[in-house]
Design a protein. Structure first.
Length: 218
């Protein structure tokens, strides 16, 4: 229990971040419909999110290795907030796609930092309980984010500003925690070819799961 309490700041950051980033996908879809975007243009927004996610997965370990966990988290969260705030400045599906790249980058980068922090601090004895609590916080906030869509008006400054506020608020618990951040490792290089060589079946399973779930998840 003491171990979980020590991670309370990280879990709170996860909840606030997921309340923000978990709502932008459905809000963008509803906003696109109200603004007469085509189905293909709305689909482009989801694809752009995952493009940003891919970039974040590649870049996050390098940035974290260069500047540390807290600064990397701040950089990725700020990127997500900028993308949210820019939505109502330019009403254009292709401009929104660029903003969704920023949101995908934010999600991948921020979660890489948080999970790296957790993995560096826990042991095999506490791993299951800690990661289970982390996923409960993550998925619980994701469910609440979907419910928020019922009260957020599509294509509204207020709606996107609220999500941006939650994104910025996610900075506070992690950056102000008194817990010592893990030692900064050397920045590893993303090596998908090595994963394919070690376990082709696992890579195939990940690809199939991604293709089948991404179309309705974001």
């Amino acid at each position: 229990m003491r171990m979980l309490i020590s991670f309370a700041a990280l879990f709170l950051s996860v909840i606030l971040l997921q309340l923000s980033t978990g709502g932008v996908g459905p809000l963008d879809a509803l906003s696109g419909l109200s603004l007469n975007f085509t189905t293909a243009q709305i689909g482009l927004l989801g694809s752009a999110h995952f493009m940003g996610f891919f970039i974040g997965c590649w870049w996050a370990p390098r940035l974290m290795g260069s500047v540390g966990h807290s600064r990397a988290f701040a950089a990725f969260t700020a990127t997500g907030a900028i993308g949210l705030l820019a939505h109502m400045l330019i009403i254009n599906p292709y401009a929104w796609a660029v903003m969704r790249i920023a949101s995908g980058l934010c999600v991948a980068g921020s979660y890489t930092v948080i999970e790296a922090w957790l993995q560096a601090k826990i042991t095999n004895k506490t791993r299951g309980r800690t990661m289970g609590t982390y996923r409960m916080a993550d998925m619980g906030a994701s469910m609440l984010a979907q419910l928020m869509i019922g009260v957020l008006e599509p294509a509204s400054y207020v709606s996107y500003n609220l999500l941006a506020i939650l994104c910025c608020a996610a900075l506070l618990p992690l950056t102000l925690t008194k817990a010592r951040q893990p030692e900064t490792p050397d920045a590893p290089r993303l090596r998908p070819g090595l994963a394919l060589k070690c376990s082709p079946l696992a890579v195939f399973g990940v690809v199939v799961a991604a293709v089948s779930s991404a179309s309705f998840r974001i």
